[in-house]
Design a protein. Structure first.
Length: 309
């Protein structure tokens, strides 16, 4: 999210720390997996992250490890509906208020209990996940008097994100996780922007939001460009000599509809969304690169030899 001074808000919606395991982490993989999670958190510290939402796979080695590693982060781990079973207290900070150039942004996170269908799931040991729908209303009630803009780091899945946007007003942006897809065309549903990128840090989504109106209504620049292209095409067809009379009424109706839709964008705030693959073409921060190389030397992947010094 950027404005004229190029201030950036960096967040993640979860499932970043561990790969998906079918059950408990095998003993021979546990140390490598947990050390890699430490490496990821240290890298995010260097990158200047602002918040991390909790995903189901982040609980892979258990709540105690996740709580402990969160203390090493220079940014908050967020979860509004994840609680300690014994104490009944939230495991992590329920929300964050961040101010960027005068815009007060409330950030919160939700985790779906539907991803833990097995009662014996080791990730659920010692934790409770409260209803996301009940939680969202409570959090919005607390945040709305204090902020101008509300961002949800959702680990509910894309279908639930759409349902939330349809049924719960007041969330301006949903950054979704878990589904593991790249949503290259970001829709706006009832004035809620929906973003989604593939999981495990393979891609980064960049959204640029230009706030030109105090009324927080939005449109995707790509939508406007597509409509303008379509409208120009319709007008070109209408201007063709010898156009059959039977085609003209339909072309006129389509043209008028496009113009009405374009008119609805006036006074709204525009945004763009780009998904970037994090491949070898992206230059690593030297400190992060050094940490990664040291990790690979200490914990080589199975079947790969350790390079000689």
């Amino acid at each position: 999210m950027q404005e004229s001074k190029k201030e950036v808000l960096m967040v993640d919606a979860g499932d970043l720390l561990f790969k998906k395991f079918a059950g408990p982490v095998p003993e021979n993989e546990l140390k490598t997996a947990t050390q890699k999670a430490h490496l990821i958190v240290e890298s995010l510290n260097l990158m200047g992250y602002h918040a991390l939402g909790i995903g189901d796979d982040d609980l892979t080695p258990g709540k105690d490890f996740l709580v402990e590693i969160s203390k090493k982060a220079k940014f908050p781990f967020l979860s509004s509906n994840l609680f300690d079973e014994a104490s009944g207290k939230p495991l992590f900070q329920p929300y964050l208020i961040k101010e960027i150039q005068g815009l007060k942004i409330g950030i919160f996170s939700l985790l779906s209990p539907d991803f833990f269908l097995n009662p014996a799931d080791p990730r659920m040991k010692g934790v409770l996940i409260r209803s996301p729908m009940e939680t969202v209303n409570q959090v919005l009630k607390e945040l709305q008097p204090r902020v101008n803009f509300i961002l949800l780091l959702s680990h509910l899945g894309y279908t639930k994100d759409m349902e939330l946007a349809q049924n719960v007003p007041g969330i301006h942006l949903i950054v979704g996780g878990h589904t593991g897809m790249n949503l290259s065309y970001a829709p706006v549903i009832k004035n809620t922007i929906l973003l989604q990128t593939a999981s495990k840090g393979m891609y980064a989504g960049r959204m640029d939001l230009t706030l030109s109106s105090k009324e927080l209504t939005f449109y995707n620049v790509v939508s406007k460009q597509r409509l303008e292209t379509n409208l120009n095409h319709l007008k070109s067809k209408l201007a063709l000599p010898g156009l059959p009379e039977g085609e003209k009424p339909q072309l006129l109706r389509s043209s008028e509809q496009a113009e009405r839709t374009l008119a609805q964008f006036k006074g709204k705030n525009e945004f763009t969304n780009v998904i970037l693959p994090l491949n070898d073409g992206i230059k690593d921060h030297p400190d992060i690169q050094k940490m990664v190389e040291e990790h690979k030397l200490r914990y080589p992947e199975p079947g790969k030899s350790v390079p000689m010094k």
